[in-house]
Structure formats: structure tokens, C-alpha cells
Design a binder for this molecule. Structure first.
Ligand SMILES: C[S@@+](CC[C@H](N)C(=O)[O-])C[C@H]1O[C@@H](n2cnc3c(N)ncnc32)[C@H](O)[C@@H]1O
Length: 258
């Protein structure tokens, strides 16, 4: 039974992650318990090898930089757009060579700058679904000829979607987005890939922390007991708790002649 938080979808809710130490803690537990980032890096790497140039990389919603930092090794220059002040300043300290804009993708002004590779991983949920195509069009405007955009999203099926739907509603229509991208950029310019990873924790505390991280909106923290019960019932294994994550990677290419 979905719990009523007064909001229909997480992307509609006002999520203020500024100075949110609990969010940082949840992110850290998630990152240390999942094979996701390693697998995602391999999948993103498969796209990067097809680029004609590896000069300029733009990461939209870089978070703690878990993808940004390794991917930046393949490019001459890295730019980050990250609205969370804390994440942006941590990244600025850790990687002073990056160009960091502490702003949202919708608002940031990058002038006429263009990038060979643009990554937008697990960020679109923060933007209303009706604005996704214009959001992606802004990325396309900043894409070099021959460049690639990669968008990573949670799959609407699998363990994570089932969990999410127990407490909220994960209604992302990936097929519709894919169809719209094909209409906008053409069949040859669009690709879709699917990959799976595993979250494993020894303790229920850590798995519940990951559950609350996945639910995104801090108001779900009041349902911690229900989240714990969900994992105890559905995801207990011999040596702890195990949860599979299914993800979709969309690629948009710009041809070499623009
Ligand atoms: C779940 S994290 C993903 C971090 C990283 N991309 C990854 O996949 O590991 C989402 C990030 O998107 C950022 N974000 C939220 N709204 C955004 C927006 N409108 N424009 C750009 N980034 C945004 C958040 O501050 C957060 O750092």
C-alpha cells in the first residue's frame, strides 16, 4: 500500500538537499554497498570509446563525483553543473582543475561552450517529466558534432521499482521518452542499453539507509520502520540483505556534420 506523503511523484516535491548531512551519509552508504558505479562506468566507457574526440566532458548533477572523477581521466577538460552547494564545494576542493558551476541545469549559462561527452546520470527525476525533452535539447545544443549524450535512469521494472512503488509512485515512461528522442533526433542517433547491479549490506540499518536514499524525498524518513520491514520481508539473504538495481542508459549522438 503506497504511503501518502501528500505528493504524487518525487520529482514534484520540493527537495532541499542543501546542507543535508543525512543525504550525504545515505549517499556514502549507498556507494560503498553497491556494484552500480563500477558497472555504470564500464557501460559509459563503451560509449566514450566511440567518440571521435575526447577533449571536453560535461557532467550534469555530478553529486560526489563518483563517476565524474574516473571519467575525467579520459578527457582534457571537465565541467560540472551541480546545484547542491555542499557537493559542488566538496568537488571544487577535491578537483580544483574542474570548471564547476554551482547551479541547476535549467538555469546554468554555459554560453556557446560545446562538449564531446555529456553525462546526466540519475538526475532527470529532479526535473518534471514534462520538461525532459527541453532539458535534453539544451544538452544537445551544447554537444559537439560527433559527440554523445548519456542519460542514465532507474528502470521502471525490477527490485528498486517494486520497492519504490510500495511507498510512492515511480511512473517514468521510458518507452515514451525513447520514442520522443527518436522523433527528435532520428533512429540512427538514439541507442538504449540495459544493465543490472547489486546492493549488498550486512545490516538492516544500512539497507534501510539505502532504501531512504532511493526514495529521495526526506519526508519518507518518517516511514523508516516500514522501509525496514519491507527489506526484512523481501530482501533478506543468508549473509545480510541483497537488492538488485536495474538501469537504463540512453545515448543521443550528434553526427559529425552537426
Ligand atoms: C542521485 S545524484 C546522482 C549523482 C551522480 N550523477 C551519479 O549518478 O552518481 C543526483 C544529483 O543531481 C543533482 N541535481 C538535482 N537537480 C538537478 C538539476 N536541476 N540540475 C542539475 N543537477 C541536479 C543533485 O544535486 C545530485 O547531486
Amino acid at each position: 500500500m503506497p504511503l501518502d506523503t501528500g505528493e504524487k511523484t518525487p520529482q514534484n516535491s520540493s527537495i532541499d538537499m542543501k546542507e543535508d548531512a543525512e543525504y550525504q551519509r545515505q549517499l556514502a552508504v549507498f556507494v560503498q554497498s553497491t556494484t552500480e558505479k563500477g558497472i555504470e562506468l564500464v557501460k559509459v566507457g563503451e560509449v566514450i570509446v566511440g567518440l571521435p574526440h575526447r577533449r571536453h566532458f560535461l557532467d550534469i548533477g555530478a553529486g560526489g563525483g563518483d563517476l565524474t572523477i574516473p571519467i575525467s581521466q579520459s578527457f582534457n577538460e571537465t565541467t560540472v553543473v551541480e546545484p547542491n552547494e555542499k557537493q559542488a564545494s566538496l568537488l571544487r576542493r577535491r578537483c580544483p582543475q574542474f570548471n564547476i558551476y554551482n547551479d541547476s541545469w535549467e538555469k546554468v549559462n554555459l554560453g556557446s561552450k560545446r562538449y564531446d561527452f555529456i553525462l546526466c546520470s540519475h538526475v532527470l527525476y529532479y526535473i518534471a517529466e514534462g520538461h525532459w525533452l527541453t532539458t535534453i535539447e539544451k544538452m544537445y545544443t551544447h554537444l559537439e558534432n560527433g559527440g554523445r549524450i548519456v542519460i542514465v535512469l532507474q528502470s521502471p521494472i525490477g527490485d528498486v521499482a517494486n520497492f519504490f512503488n510500495q511507498f510512492a509512485h515511480y511512473e517514468v515512461n521510458i518507452l515514451e521518452l525513447w520514442r520522443d528522442l527518436i522523433r527528435q533526433y532520428g533512429d540512427d542517433a538514439t541507442e538504449i542499453r540495459y544493465f543490472m547491479s547489486e546492493m549488498h549490506t550486512e545490516t538492516l540499518d544500512d539497507m534501510a539507509t539505502i532504501g531512504l536514499f532511493i526514495l529521495l524525498d526526506p519526508r519518507f524518513r518518517q516511514f523508516e520502520n516500514e522501509v525496514r520491514q519491507y527489506f526484512e520481508t523481501h530482501h533478506k539473504v543468508e549473509d545480510g540483505y541483497c537488492f538488485i538495481q536495474d538501469e537504463i542508459l540512453l545515448v543521443v549522438k550528434k553526427n559529425k556534420h552537426g
